[in-house]
Design a protein around this ligand. Sequence first.
Ligand code: CXR
Length: 256
Amino acid sequence: MCSRRTCVILGVIGVLLGVIITVTVVLTLPLKRTFIRRCELFPGYDCENLWSVFQQAYVGKDPCNVPMEAYDPLIAAAPFKPACNRMMFWSKTKDLVQDFIKKRGCFLTLEKTLLGSVLDDLSWCGEEGSSETFKRFCRRKCENNPVGSFWRRASAAFADVACGDVTTVLSGDIETPFDPKSIFGSIELKRFKSPRVRSLKIVLVSRKKALSNCMNPSFQDLQKELGPGITYSCTEMTESQFNECSSAPETCGPCW
Ligand code: CXR
């Protein structure tokens, strides 16, 4: 057996190890569980491997120093597939679009793809010198935070595969529906390439009293960013017209 002193030291080490393992499991598991559970809804992927590739982007890193390129391996492990004429983008209209998508399943948003759906509405970060994933108290103020960088990287890759007629849902409840600094304006729109993308269909939805319409000057900025070969059209809708559209059949038939 061990001497009293050695036994006490071994006991303390044992307890410490137990605490460390418990803390790691408690802090990491819930996020991992959500990630894997959502991932398993998509057949044909190795979800454990995707989780480990995902973690490598931010674990052990300063949470203000995770650039969007850190997610390149993750995007490469689960690349986006093009869905011509069915891809839907949005800015400042997330909940509206999510309700719409539930009913009109023919459109594809980033949040419906594997990578978009496993991380939708989640928060995560690492810490220098730690192998853990934290899901609370993750700072979002700095630009290169793990969550913001993921959405920028994933949005870029999703827009890269856009083709045909692309739809974007913007808010008519604000004075500047097209915001060049938003992810849609600064990343997605710039990646649409002619002739792969033929046109951009803007759906401008107002919930309350509309503060902007299709003549809004911000759409001139949009046209400049769009590049020469792609034309845009714009349709104004109230929230209820938009929702009526979502109760239409499963096909992506014309609604705007
Ligand atoms: O124009 P943005 O919307 O900045 O970004 C929206 C576009 C969408 O077309 C979508 O494809 O970028 C993609 N996207 C998400 N799917 C997403 N899910 C959650 C971008 N951001 C997403 N988030 C979080 O919501 C991000 O933290 C992001 C914010 C979107 O804000 P906004 O309504 O201005 O900062």
